[in-house]
Write a protein that binds this ligand. Structure first.
Ligand SMILES: *Cc1c(COP(=O)(O)O)cnc(C)c1O
Length: 375
């Protein structure tokens, strides 16, 4: 008989989600608007910062798409994007007929490398085109080098689209991730730190950006009694049912962050005894990660992450390779790339370990046994 499955990162309900969903049913707000949507947006504002405005959307990908539209990305434009990320960070560039330019990671945070970014900007300008936006990602919850990236963005006057899909609850120098971009994006997909079953949000300090995003996300209807449109719209608004789940999840977000960080401490104690691999951790006190996923990198070529992944799989435990960089993906093979082999090396040698906030002592024992058997 199979042992119960241990997932990499699975939904974890707090308890009050159903009540908010029931409220939606009893008031018949079964629509992509309603009190839960407004309530959820207010909850996110209270959590992130009173300086921001928030629009709840159907997904993080939709938020990235609208974010690029707000930053005026048009067909033929170039957009700089962290190469090591989930494809959803980069796909919306292509939706708009623009061209992605990929940038390598740096070793400290695994995120967009400031040097490679500046080299790319100078070279693209020299080639005749100034990039329209920089997409920077807080991978696995680890903040990117916020100060350095912001300095470069300001120097060349290129806005940042901050992909904080994996980093709700993380912070840099005490300020929450999701508040660093000219426009920022959150995701509430099923495997993220909190979930609405599927959903996302767009965040900005400029209220006009959020009003425009909500307008575009609800089919861009002009102010008229009939249906009139002077712009192309989208159906990207969050449903009041999903937002109800989100309101319940916001109540337990900080608890989930501390549980994920506890998983990371658990792995730390295990990997202190292991020489062939190291656990990815914050490299100084400015960085506070939600540790959405705990990840390791092998530094011994006699062992490899795929062997370990298969060993876990036989025990019905899910692990996953790190994100395969976009410049190595078949769909983006012709896209320009700036940097060295840092993201590629991380991809080859890394592995994501089960990190859910709902893993029990017994699950941890099974994971630990697997790791100790392998190493
Ligand atoms: C999950 C994720 C997204 C996309 O969010 P969805 O809500 O799934 O559309 C974008 N970027 C990164 C880095 C992600 O991990």
């Amino acid at each position: 008989m199979d042992k119960p499955k241990i997932w990499l990162s699975s939904p974890h309900m707090g308890g009050n989600e159903k009540q908010y969903v029931d409220d939606a049913f009893s008031s018949n707000w079964i629509a992509p608007l309603g009190p839960n949507v407004t309530g959820f947006e207010n909850d996110i504002v209270s959590y992130l910062s009173n300086e921001v405005h928030v629009g709840a959307l159907s997904s993080g990908t939709a938020a990235l798409h609208l974010g690029l539209i707000l930053l005026d990305v048009k067909p033929g434009d170039e957009v700089l994007c962290q190469s090591m990320t989930f494809s959803a960070s980069a796909n919306p560039i292509v939706y708009l007929g623009a061209k992605p330019i990929f940038i390598d990671s740096e070793k400290d945070t695994w995120n967009i490398c400031p040097e490679a970014l500046e080299t790319a900007i100078k070279d693209r300008i020299a080639k005749g085109k100034k990039p329209k936006a920089i997409i920077a990602v807080h991978l696995y919850g680890m903040p990117y080098k916020v100060t350095e990236i912001r300095a470069i963005a300001d120097k060349y006057e290129i806005p940042i689209l901050e992909d904080s899909a994996e980093a709700l609850g993380s912070s840099y120098k005490g300020q929450k991730c999701g508040t660093f971009g000219d426009i920022s994006v959150l995701s509430f997909n099923g495997n993220k730190i909190i979930t609405t079953s599927g959903g996302g949000a767009i965040v900005s300090k400029d209220k006009k950006n959020i009003e425009k995003a909500i307008f575009l996300s609800t089919q861009a209807r002009d102010n008229a009694p009939h249906y009139q449109h002077s712009e192309i719209g989208y159906n990207y608004r969050m449903s009041n049912i999903c937002a109800g789940i989100g309101r319940g999840q916001m109540e337990v977000l900080d608890k989930h962050v501390s549980l994920r960080r506890e998983m990371h401490r658990f792995y730390k104690s295990v990997f202190e005894q292991i020489e062939e691999a190291y656990l990815f951790s914050e490299f100084n006190e400015n960085y506070f990660s939600n540790f959405w996923l705990s990840t390791i990198v092998f530094n011994d070529t006699k062992k490899n992450p795929e062997e370990l992944r298969l060993l876990f799989e036989r025990e019905n435990i899910e692990t996953r390779p790190l994100w395969k960089p976009m410049h190595l993906q078949p769909i983006f093979k012709n896209a320009p790339y700036y940097g060295g082999n840092i993201s590629e090396t991380l991809f080859k040698n890394g592995l994501c370990l089960p990190s859910g906030s709902n893993l029990l002592v017994h699950d941890k024992e099974r994971i630990k046994e697997c790791l100790n058997n392998y190493f």
